[in-house]
Ligand binder design. Sequence first.
Ligand code: KG4
Ligand code: ZN
Length: 329
Amino acid sequence: MIALGIDTSCDDTGVGVARDGEVLANVVASQTALHAEFGGVVPEYASREHTRVIDRLVARALEEAGIGPKDLDLVAATYGPGLVGPLLVGLSYAKGLALGLGVPFYGIHHLEAHLAAAGAVEPPYLALLASGGHTHLFDVPKEGEYRLLGATRDDAAGEAFDKVARLLGLGYPGGPRIAELAKKGDDRAVPFPVPMKGQKGYDFSFSGLKTAAARFLEKGYKKEDLAASFERVVVESLVDTVSRAARALGRKRVVVAGGVAANERLRRRLEETGLELFLPPPELATDNGAMVALAALKRIRRGEPPSPWTLEAKPYAPLAEASHALDVE
Ligand code: KG4
Ligand code: ZN
């Protein structure tokens, strides 16, 4: 089974090809430069840019995979959550391509795709999704069942990286830039608090760190030290909460996905917990099309039917809406 997957949920056009669990191609066109001067993603510009490049990107992904369109068994695209205009571009393109080729179409939930990037995991397991838009901790007692244990009360983890990076004048996306600068800093030099430390539940909170960072910057702390100390407490908060949940629920396996899963310090600290980890390779951690293809192939293996042609883009789509999910918040 060969699947083509498309993700246009935000400002990256991602197209990937996968055969069963194996990624054959993964091409991503980033729009970062296009939105840079506005200090954030301009949805209308994003839609137009997706429209402009998607044809070429699909051609390139097929070429990289060494296949032609007729070799595809199905086409999949992210239907939500995300920006509605950008979502519509990938979704409509995927439906059109599937119709034209006479193959099934699968609409995929963006978080389900991020999880699929971590590979095949036997439930029960915990799943932490940490990206620019989400910080969600799920318990997955059986395949396709997601129980929300906790989520961020304000900013997402990736969003915190982006906001603090902006404060430090590092540009976007903030995660990789802070991680780079942090290598030169002292991670104990700036007294950031570890967010939500001592709580009984499994929620997260990162917006206080942004305020603290602004104050510490004014006080004259070095940017390298700010980056390193900030990164340390974000990672500590994520790792503490996940380990606590794993202990409480008796889970041994943990999937960590989403853009922040590309963070090296996070990966290192997770490895020290002794939990059995399932992490996507860094290039599959941030938004891409291959993870969408992988998620669609998983659905087929579970014997799930294709999505209806009438499936719409859903800017707000709880994971509960993924057709197979049984139980969520
Ligand atoms: O999953 P993703 O590509 O897009 C969303 O669905 O949001 O995640 C992007 C987020 C950004 O906030 C970015 O700063 C963060 O992931 N990120 C990182 C790293 N690479 C990307 N955060 C920390 N360390 C990284 N190495
Ligand atoms: Zn994402």
